[in-house]
Design a protein around this ligand. Sequence first.
Ligand code: AMP
Length: 465
Amino acid sequence: MNFSELGLCDELSQAVADLGYTAPTPIQEKSIPYVLMGRDILGSAQTGTGKTASFTLPMIEILASGRAKARLPRSLILAPTRELAAQVADSFEKFSTYHKLSMALLIGGVSFADQNAALDKGVDVLIATPGRLLDHFERGKVLLTDVKILVIDEADRMLDMGFIPDVERIVGLLPPLRQTLFFSATLSDDIKKLSDKFVSNPKVIEVAPPASTADTVAQHLTWTSPKGKREALRSLLNSEDVKNAVIFCNRKRDISTLVTSLKRHNFSAVALHGDMTQSARLEALQKFKDGEVPLMIASDVAARGLDIAGLSHVFNFDVPGNAEDYVHRIGRTGRAGKSGRAFTIAAGDDDRKYVASIEKLIGKSIPLVDGDTPVAEAKDAPAKSKGKAAKAKVDKSGADKSGADDEKTTTAANSNEKKADGERGGRGRGRGRKAEAHPGELPPPPDCKGDTLHDTGHVPAFLLR
Ligand code: AMP
């Protein structure tokens, strides 16, 4: 099967060939013909499956005829975070090289003036996060009455982040007669019920069973004590052949602490989380993508869906409280047929529960790091690097300051922190955006229990090899 057999024009086939795509991915093969037919789609596909092209390519084909009028976009793509919206815009630009279509990207953190100017010229494709789009609408800068195609991308994330009231409001501003493409990483009952509000008689397309982990990712688990997590991470970074890695933390405030700690130990790392300004986020991401900085310490929301070519490792510095987040996190590596490695550092009783629910979701147990013991109460890991040079470490000249870097006890997790990590678009929180709990709301961190731990001198075996 090639792209033209799916009904795409020669220009689009050429554009994808230029990008090195030789054949459509399963989601592209299944959805492109139906989108071209004008059908609504209810698609279950995770990022990394080629989902973006599965809706942008046929949209370009459909929009190729016709012209946009000022402030009246012809199609709308809604994405939950700035990074995802920017990534879709990037794909759109590449795919539409041979077409004269106009596009505007409306995301928070960047000036309204440029976005207004783009809207004034008329856009064929408007790509936006819900908050910023509503800001423009409220300022009278955009009308949505001409939108013929609507894409809701990462609907499950929109739900998690409390954006559905905004999405519903936006959809209420669109003409009822339109084509809607609704994508979610999983099609849970909640998501199916939600989709009923937006799609009509959709073609249901599922390309991967919900919450499956790719075979290309070798998963490992290691137990330590809450206080030993940083040291366990450093040991893994030293013993693994890390080309580039995303290290996930559950809480934003722990990200900067970990970045500082890693830098103190001569690792080069950048942070990525929703409290950073848009320019700081993009700058950090660019440095990481360019290979300038090999480690990115990130929150779930900021890193969700990011497509980082050839990522060698993912580390879960914290076990995610929401099992599905685990699947998304480790799915950042092992993409496009390449192999990847994922390590989860667990500590404390709560993590035992989370690991159990992850293993239930993925339908298998996560193998322990070689020689490690399945003891959640494992005590502080001593500094025992295996000496293998980690590429992630930039400067080995500095003295190892382990011990001076004890894990600081954190206070109870702020239950809204994770949600607040998403796109806010500068709108007031009192206007329809619910402050409900995230389904995967995080419990107090295990670190809180640091006081109750007793040091028995247990040393995880993998650190002694
Ligand atoms: P997505 O799931 O849309 O985030 O895409 C994941 C990655 O797969 C991106 O880097 C795309 O450029 C790439 N990709 C999408 N479709 C294809 C294809 N048919 N062949 C090869 N790579 C693709």
